[in-house]
Design a protein around this ligand. Sequence first.
Ligand code: GRF
Length: 205
Amino acid sequence: MRTAILASGRGSNLQALIEACKTGNLPITIVGVGSDQLGVEALKRAEEAGIPTRVFQVGDYPHRQAQEDDLLIWMRENKVELLLLAGYMRVLGSQFIRQANFPVMNIHPSLLPAFPGLHAQRQALDYGVKVSGCTVHIVDEGLDSGPIVLQEAVPVLSGDTEESLAQRILEVEHRLYPEAVRLMVLGKVKPTGRRVQILQQEGLG
Ligand code: GRF
């Protein structure tokens, strides 16, 4: 499946997806990595893996819609069948989502619907929850609000800082995102409204 990835920063989830492709665990072809930021680590990781990259800096466009229109043109040119957000720090607008004729997935570092938006790990610590985690979801027109594909819980420990909790969640993200994408491309993800059924492999019930 021809897949584009959008990332704004470090790109560790991008790296996990690249690695899963290399080991044959993830049947996608990453046809391009786009970013709204110049010179970020995610772009370097893509270049090292030989994946074409493109920068779509919002400041280069008259308005946000023009940036998203350009993203869509790039994806159409590349015949994209799946878009993965991997730390893309902008919310895609309704028009983009409506016009995208491919599924869009995202990973978020909390158990949604708790703590959407920025600094999810800090929000979890500030709230005092004992368990947080991460969520892979289908992107809809809201903020971290689309149907949930997979979630995994991660304990919050008493001595946790934002960094230590983020790191513990990140280790799970790197496993959960490739797994959710794998299920999606194998046709095992069946959304009905908000509820997403995961079809099990034969024999596993
Ligand atoms: C991850 O925590 C992801 O869940 C969130 O943004 C962060 C991106 O990290 N959406 P990285 O760039 O993949 O390292």
